[in-house]
Design a protein around this ligand. Sequence first.
Ligand code: MG
Length: 206
Amino acid sequence: MTANKIVAVGWNYRSHLSETHAKMPTEPIVFLKPMSAIIGDGDSIRIPPGVGRVDHEVELAVIMGEDARGVSIDEAPSYISHLAVANDVTARDMQTKAREDGNPWALPKGMDTFAPLSDPVPFDSVDDIQDLRLDLKVNGVLRQKGRTSLMIFPVAELIAYISRFMTLEAGDILMTGTPEGIGPLLPGDEVVARIEGVGTLRNPVV
Ligand code: MG
C-alpha cells in the first residue's frame, strides 16, 4: 500500500485560530503536502537557509486502508487502516506572506523533510481517536498540548467532506490539524511529538 498524497487540514482546533489570526472555518481548509517531504522517526528536519521562521505542528495522521470516494460520516472510519504521529512543519514567514498575497502555500508547507511521520499503528489498536492527548516538546520543554476531542471537524467529517471532491486513496495520509502552541524550530533543536496510544516522533533539526 503506497501513499500517493498527503492531504492536510488547516485550523482544525479552535485554540489554534487566534494565535494565527485566522477566523473560524465553516468548512475544512484543505491543502496538500508532497510525498517528498516525508521523513521518519529519528530523521533530521532540514531548514533551508533564508526561509525565516519555521514552525512545528503536532498532528494526528490517519492512513487510509481503502479508496474513499463520496463516503458518509458513518462509513468513514471503516476506510482507515492506521494512525501515526505527524509534524506539519511549516515555513511560517513564507506562509504568512502567501496568505497576505492570496498565493498558495505549496512551498512553505512542502519543503523536503517538512512531513515527519512516526511508524504507523493499526487503527483498531486505539479505542477512540477523538479522545487522544497530543503534545509536543522542543528540547524537553512543552510547547503544544491538546486533545483530539477539541477538533472543529472530527476525522470522520474530514474524510466525508474531502472524499466528496477528491478520492482519498488507499495509503494516503490525512493530517488532521494542530492545537495551539505552535512555535519556531532552530538548528540544534530536538522536537518530540507524542500522541497517546499512537506513538512518539523524535526529530533533530539541522
Ligand atoms: Mg497543520
